[in-house]
Design a protein around this ligand. Structure first.
Ligand SMILES: [Mn+2]
Length: 326
């Protein structure tokens, strides 16, 4: 089994007294939020002290999760006695400004599934074949002989749903479906959780989706789709932030498109989301832009206006498609 030695040490640490602090990455997604809360709830269920802290606020579309209220508003000033568990975090710097403090923890445990994880922990459980960090935490629970309580099962199910796009992306495999089945047996409600995650949107988000879809551009022999999300579109739709799951994935649905790009204006910089059908490794493209992610879903930030970013991104994609000989 992957990292058997590290696993055994992590299980031993999880059985210790703690205290524990669970942290995930900036701009938290469903896997980061669900997995962090699930891990802390498991530890608390075992009688340990376990808090969750996230470097950015939980987006509105995840506030249906009741336990997000338990997320700490601030970090403790001293973590020298604390075991810090970083989940879904390829690098400790992804925890933002807190990373300097977190490095002073008694112990750092790194539980992640991103390729390119920097193995920054004192103990590292990095399984890049896992569809979600939630899957790794579930397997730790199963290994410890624990069936997740319904609340924990639901949190882990949210992680699986979010990272597989509702069990549709290329990372959907027998292992993640078996895990989902087990979580349903333990009390997760698949229809309700899917509806909460993908089907409970304010009208403004649908208006914004319409504007983004209308911006579609096909380039490079129609193998690359580009869509844009600008501040002007947010104003027209009457929303402050986009909370649509899978917004970057629409361009990938187009027949013949190998790489889908969503460029989002964000406070003077441009956020770049890249999606592929698995043939082109967009995590390598994101890496040339200083970002990262997975083979079929990655992202980067370009410190430039959306027009300049468009040229930078297209040039990186042109190089990648050229060398992939597609
Ligand atoms: Mn994840």
């Amino acid at each position: 089994m992957l990292g058997a030695d590290q696993r055994a040490k992590i299980q031993k640490t999880l059985r210790s007294d703690g205290p524990f602090l669970v942290v995930s990455h900036r701009r938290p997604d469903g896997d980061a939020i669900g997995t962090s809360l699930a891990l802390a709830a498991w530890l608390r269920g075992e009688g340990k002290e376990a808090a969750v802290w996230l470097p950015d606020p939980v987006p509105a579309n995840y506030r249906f999760i009741r336990s997000v209220r338990q997320i700490a508003g601030s970090l403790p000033s001293d973590v020298s006695d604390t075991v810090v568990l970083l989940v879904d975090c390829p690098d400790i710097d992804r925890a933002g400004d807190a990373s300097a403090l977190l490095r002073k923890a008694r112990m750092i445990i790194n539980i992640d599934h991103h390729r390119g994880n920097t193995q920054f922990g004192d103990l590292n459980l990095v399984d890049t074949t896992a569809a979600a960090a939630a899957l790794i935490v579930l397997e730790l629970m199963q290994e410890a002989g624990v069936d997740p309580a319904p609340e924990i099962a639901s949190l882990l199910y949210v992680g699986l749903l979010a990272d597989t796009g509702g069990f549709r992306y290329g990372n959907t495999d027998a292992r993640v479906l078996a895990a989902a089945s087990h979580l349903v047996e333990c009390g997760a409600d698949p229809a309700e959780l899917s509806r909460n995650l993908f089907g409970e949107l304010p009208a403004g988000q649908i208006r914004l989706l319409g504007l983004v879809l209308s911006s579609l551009e096909l380039v490079l022999d129609e193998r690359v789709s580009l869509m844009y999300l600008t501040d002007e579109m947010r104003t027209r739709a009457g929303v402050c932030e986009e909370t649509l799951e899978g917004l970057p994935s629409y361009g990938r649905m187009i027949r013949g498109v190998a790489v889908a790009v969503l460029l989002r204006e964000d406070c003077g910089v441009t956020r770049v989301n890249l999606r592929s059908k698995g043939v082109v490794n967009v995590s390598a493209i994101a890496a040339t832009l200083g970002g990262g992610g997975h083979a079929a879903a990655s992202g980067a930030t370009v410190d430039a206006t959306i027009d300049v970013a468009r040229e930078v991104v297209l040039s990186a994609i042109r190089d990648a498609l050229g060398s992939a000989n597609l």
